[in-house]
Write a protein that binds this ligand. Structure first.
Ligand code: ADP
Ligand code: MG
Length: 700
């Protein structure tokens, strides 16, 4: 299948023009936009709001709902600045409903305080929480207004933003980009014959609606992502994803790979040296892999296994098959931390067998790097590392097997890049992908349409399941005391900070604030801080200190989610647990329960709980099984779920949420098959639109 006959970069596709072609977009702004993945004009079209704010009306303070955002207006009654662990500004406003609302600020300037005079009229927009004396808003947006001020006419979109690029600027850029939206016939790529039976909106209408919803649009549906306009976009994205994977799959089938037959002797020596016996699941999955490897066609297999299910040993067994046949193995992990963990395991297992393990990560520089590269080029049996493995200059002698850990952090593209490193004439290496994100089988078939799937659905024996409790934030002091007690016994704990805001800056701030609070409450403990805005070296140093036991408590954002292994950490507190999806809660909780001591997880929530949040926390208390949790997640999703808690990022979707939009998948598969058969040209252009001109699809 080749599409070289037409170039996808058509001159008359205005969406493919660089953002720099928009008026007022200079090189500095282009760089900032690139951080959001916005490079071309159409990237702005598809940069969708993650939320909407309704400022088309003013709610009486008496009617505000805890946990919901509202716009209120009232007169300032009192202003108070004080200090409790940290500086605070509190402003009380009252409206005609004779109810008081407290506005609370932790970051503020003197000039700001001076303008907040009692008697002034304030209009505020924010999420309402339970305060000590009634409803409150933390860091609301506000302005001083006069009695005659008018309200907005349209729902306000809130976009994923980044430092140096706020909402106002993004809104105006997107408005500019939308003026370049071509008419329907040019924009639409899903053939009418396939689209009509599904009653999908046109792409143009869908885009205009999501960016500028009229005031009577269904706000709840928009917030959930279930509005027809959003569903139309999700459909197209899922379809594209499906098409590209199908094409990849077809392409891989025609390639050949070295047949790697298992060496029973080597396998036996390896297994006998392990301090444990393999589980039945490990044995089964490993023989599925062995069968694939022995074929002269490239394996493309995904091993789904819950955290702690023992994927590493399975990977090691696969590696032995390659090595026994005089082929090399590359193992790539998404972070240095994870890669180093693998390095340690593999060295421990392989060095006694006389096999050298080469280490290649970004921080391996200079002479060490030269030595590593020479070893890889010379045919060293196994090399472990990060993205660095894909860089130029890394040349394998005979790569037989590429293993990629934690698949969802890498895109298909990166996986393919590693594979290509090993391509030798028409021989391609086998690929093994490991992921700890269990997703229901029906979904897996669609999301990983290019892979065969094995499930490692059994944990090694002797694990004490993590005991999970849900505790209201009102009992925060007790939770802190519990940490003190655990750490006094020499155990370690995590405190995970999450907030609804997706901006890394705000999450980092929240973590800093909590770090200060806990440091104050627990002066006897050494407490570390880990968040995404720290430099890699700082993160690494903090993680090392925690691993070696120098830190008793680690306050962290969800950056600790993937694969971190500190067996002595046996207590985890997850703040605002009611706001996280089941999958994420499960991933986080997997950081404890890795050692021999009984572990505990405290889900700290802000009352009152929605029905759905209550059910989610209940599931977490009832089970530790990732597959059960994934199924429950699918059942519970839907009504009431906010855009902010989507898992989109994990699977690399911009708009679709594989769980929320699962009902679209049968149609996606149907339309996908038809389009590949009957409309190859729009199929290729869809992939270019969503995945980029550089997509492998284009040169497949
Ligand atoms: P994950 O699937 O999360 O990557 P790992 O491969 O890191 O899990 O394994 C988690 C821990 O369990 C490791 O310490 C590993 O040595 C151990 N382990 C793996 N398989 C078994 C087994 N069959 N019996 C006992 N312990 C095992
Ligand atoms: Mg692992």
């Amino acid at each position: 299948m080749t599409d070289r006959t037409r170039t996808p970069l058509d001159e008359d596709e205005p969406g493919l023009a660089p953002v720099g072609s928009l008026p007022g977009v200079g090189s500095a702004l282009q760089q900032t936009l690139a951080k959001l993945g916005i490079v071309r004009v159409q990237d702005l079209w598809f940069h969708l709001p993650r939320q909407y704010e309704d400022r088309t009306r003013i709610t009486a303070i008496r009617d505000v709902k805890i946990g919901h955002a509202a716009q209120v207006e009232g007169v300032i009654e009192a202003v108070e600045t004080g200090f409790r662990y940290r500086a605070q500004l509190r402003v009380a406003i009252t409206d005609d409903s004779q109810t008081t609302l407290v506005l609370r600020f932790f970051h503020f300037r003197r000039a700001q305080v001076e303008r907040l005079m009692p008697g002034a009229r304030l209009r505020c927009y924010g999420e309402v929480r339970h305060g000590a004396h009634g409803p409150e808003m933390v860091h609301p947006q506000y302005q001083i207004v006069h009695a005659t001020s008018t309200v907005d006419e349209c729902l306000t979109p809130v976009y994923p933003a980044t430092e140096g690029l706020g909402q106002q600027r993004l809104r105006s850029l997107i408005a500019k980009a939308l003026t370049r939206l071509p008419d329907e016939t040019k924009l639409e790529l899903i053939p009418g014959a396939l689209r009509e039976p599904l009653q999908l909106l046109s792409l143009r209408d869908a885009l205009l609606t999501v960016h500028r919803p009229p005031p009577d649009a269904d706000l709840d549906a928009l917030m959930r992502g279930s509005h027809p306009a959003q569903q139309r976009l999700a459909f197209e994205e899922l379809l594209t994803h499906h098409l590209s994977l199908k094409r990849l799959r077809a392409q891989v089938r025609v390639h050949r790979a070295p047949a790697l037959r298992e060496s029973a002797a080597l396998r036996k020596r390896f297994i006998e040296a392990l301090p444990f016996a393999l589980t039945d699941a490990q044995r089964r999955v490993s023989s599925e892999i062995a069968t694939d490897l022995a074929r002269a066609a490239p394996m493309l297999r995904l091993v789904q296994g819950d955290v702690g299910s023992g994927k590493t040993v399975v990977a090691a067994l696969a590696a032995l098959s390659a090595i026994a046949n005089d082929h090399q193995v590359a193992l790539m992990a998404p972070t240095e931390l994870l890669a180093e963990q693998h390095l340690r395991s593999f060295r421990q297992w392989f060095e006694p067998l006389g096999l050298d393990v080469v280490w290649l990560a970004g921080k391996v520089q200079g002479r060490a790097r030269q030595t590593a590269l020479a070893a890889v080029a010379g045919g060293a049996p196994i090399v472990i590392g990060t993205h660095a493995l894909m860089q130029e200059g890394v040349v394998f002698k005979r790569l037989g097997l590429a293993i990629v850990d934690e698949q969802h952090r890498f895109g298909v593209q990166q996986r393919m890049a590693l594979r290509d490193k090993g391509a030798d004439a028409d021989l391609f290496p086998h690929q093994l992908v490991l992921t700890a994100t269990p997703i229901p089988r029906t979904l897996a078939m669609s999301v990983y349409a290019d892979l065969d799937i094995s499930a490692l659905d059994e944990l090694p024996p002797g694990r004490t399941p993590v005991r999970t409790v849900a505790v209201s934030n009102a009992r925060r002091a007790e939770v802190i005391e519990r940490i003190r007690a655990a750490c006094a016994e020499g155990l370690q704990a995590y405190w995970v900070c999450t907030i609804i805001e997706e901006s890394e800056q705000l999450i980092a701030q929240a973590a800093e604030v909590t770090h200060a609070e806990l440091s104050h409450a627990l002066p006897q403990l050494k407490i570390g801080l880990l968040h995404g805005r720290m430099k890699p070296a700082e993160k690494q140093a903090t993680m090392d200190a925690f691993k070696s036991g120098k830190l008793a408590l680690l306050v962290a954002t969800t950056v600790i989610e993937v694969g971190v292994d500190v067996p002595n950490a046996s207590l985890m507190v997850i703040e605002n647990a009611e706001r996280l999806g089941l999958a994420q809660l499960h991933q986080l909780r997997g950081r404890v329960g890795r050692g021999s001591v009984a572990s505990n997880c405290v889900l700290l929530y802000q009352p009152p709980l929605s029905v759905l949040a209550k059910q989610r926390l209940e599931v977490m208390r009832e089970t530790n099984d990732g597959f059960v949790i994934a199924e429950k997640d699918l059942q519970l999703r839907g009504p009431g779920e906010l855009l902010g808690t989507r898992q989109t990022g994990e699977l690399g979707f911009r708009i679709a949420d594989i769980v929320r939009d699962a009902h679209l998948l049968p149609a996606v598969q149907r339309v996908g098959a038809a389009i590949l058969q009957e409309y190859p040209e729009p199929a290729a252009r869809l992939v270019t639109r969503w995945i980029g001109a550089s997509a492998r699809f284009a040169d497949a």
